[in-house]
Design a protein around this ligand. Sequence first.
Ligand code: ADP
Ligand code: MG
Length: 250
Amino acid sequence: MKNVLDAKSLSKLYETDTTTIRAVDDTTISVAEGEFIALVGPSGSGKTTLLALFAGLLDPDKGEVSINGQALNQMKEKQRTDYRMRNIGFTFQANNLVSYLTVQENVELMLQLNGRLDKAGKTRVTELLERLGLSERRNNLPSQLSGGQQQRVAIARALVHDPSIVLADEPTASLDTELAYQVVETFADLIHEQKRGGIMVTHDLRMCIYADRVIQMLDGRIDAIVSDKGTINAFANQSRVLSEPDQVVA
Ligand code: ADP
Ligand code: MG
């Protein structure tokens, strides 16, 4: 199976007045087509920094990230921005929907930014909204939706431009358990069906039941990897919510 993401020996340091923080410390991860990964670990363990490195939104101090075999770090800024727009989908802790655009317009916006709001694109918007149970809400504004529905719109937006990999930072942070299960299950199904790669950061270890692999971070490094389905299920079923979602660092 083809890898959609290869990250080799990534390190990212933050210098503060008094100290150097090793936010990500010599981390190597690959994600295959159709693979859904849960990225877990305590607050401050480097999960968000890692996603930003994967997306080429941050430059690593060491190491390299390739998406579909193309090294992000070797691209010029403009080329990398274009590549990111075409190949990577995102959802964030806050869903970042545009408040004055409807559900459909929010999803279409991603295609418009890519210059791909053509007939095929519009069909994909319709299909995704249907698949995510949002067809009847397509003309509503985000404020008229529940939290779970808003996160589903964010997921539609992260998938609609046909990215190779989707990065989701705590997509269920604002949802109650029942809704969180539903959102993550649909998300995982879509990653599997559409043969994309997916990485979801979550504090709620119960959500790991939908993952093909669980990667646990500690102090910027990979502390454990679990890929056996039985072990993942046991781990998820025994778990309580680990702690509060990460603080968003401005
Ligand atoms: P997580 O998402 O697992 O909570 P982060 O990637 O946000 O972890 O942070 C990893 C470490 O890097 C933490 O110690 C955090 O305080 C630090 N950090 C993150 N962003 C910055 C920044 N912009 N400047 C300085 N330190 C940062
Ligand atoms: Mg975080």
